[in-house]
Design a binder for this molecule. Structure first.
Ligand code: ZN
Length: 262
């Protein structure tokens, strides 16, 4: 842990006593998710955002304090806002308005969603700019494509009017390429949203590497692509890969720096 992280995390007051046990649990998971995105180097300075719905409160969600690096975010530092953008628990940090637009749109339209992740990773943004989008070049890509939607770029997401078009494009999918911009994943828990984003981001990395490899590529048949789509859609409710991997991911964070739980 760096000295800077230590100063920030110990200087912050814990909000644990001000929130429900359920809210505290989701705060810890969400802070862990920010640390994991930083660990895999998919962050973009203090920009981009991950949100989680506050359990038991229909119109409230948590966002990153705008100005903190993902690797220094803690459970207590997350900013609680409502669907109108009002800050519900006072914070010295504000929120990213484009983040509010994107996350309030998905959180309002999709009651099945507990967590939304939006990134500007290098390879996610690179594939978002490729006309053919995510190609079925790898198993990761074929899995991601079964849940993948696309949304055209409209400028920095400050126009609340974009919310309608964004959720219309997302439909009932859980992954989206924001063209010329980045990636988005959502899920019924922080763990599932993270696992889905991991599949998409890895698929984008593999595509960029394969296209840069300078050798002729082999594309799986349409038949096998459709088979994979059926296999993952059939298993998506029963299989919770995120829940399986999440405790191990938290153990990894605990070995590195457990201050996300502060
Ligand atoms: Zn963005």
């Amino acid at each position: 842990m760096s000295a800077r992280t230590a100063t920030l995390t110990t200087a912050k007051r814990s909000v644990r006593g001000q929130v429900s046990a359920e809210e505290w649990r989701i705060r810890v998971d969400l802070a862990a998710c920010y640390r994991l995105i930083a660990h895999y180097r998919w962050d973009d300075l203090v920009f981009t955002h991950i949100s989680a719905r506050v359990p038991g409160e229909e119109r409230a969600f948590l966002l990153n304090p705008y100005g903190m690096m993902f690797q220094e975010i803690t459970a207590s530092s997350l900013v609680k806002v409502d669907f109108d953008g009002n800050v519900l628990i006072a914070s010295e940090y504000g929120i990213n308005l484009a983040g509010y637009t994107i996350h309030s749109a998905v959180q309002m339209a999709r009651p099945d969603v507990a967590c939304v992740i939006h990134l500007h990773s290098r390879d996610g943004a690179a594939v978002s700019a490729q006309k053919d989008g995510l190609l079925p070049l790898t198993q990761n890509a074929m899995i991601a494509r079964a849940f993948l939607a696309y949304h055209d770029y409209e400028g920095i997401a400050l126009d609340l009017g974009e919310r309608e078009r964004l959720v219309e494009d997302l439909g009932d999918k859980c992954l989206m390429m924001l063209r010329n911009h980045g990636t988005l994943a959502c899920g019924p828990s922080v763990a599932e949203a993270f696992a889905r984003m991991f599949t998409l981001e890895r698929a984008c990395e593999m595509q960029v590497a394969a296209l840069a490899g300078g050798r002729e590529l082999t594309m799986p048949s349409e038949e096998v692509q459709e088979l994979v789509a059926r296999q993952v859609q059939r298993n998506s409710d029963a299989d919770r890969p995120g829940e399986l991997a999440w405790p191990a991911l938290l153990r990894m964070l605990d070995r590195q720096d457990p201050s996300y739980k502060d």
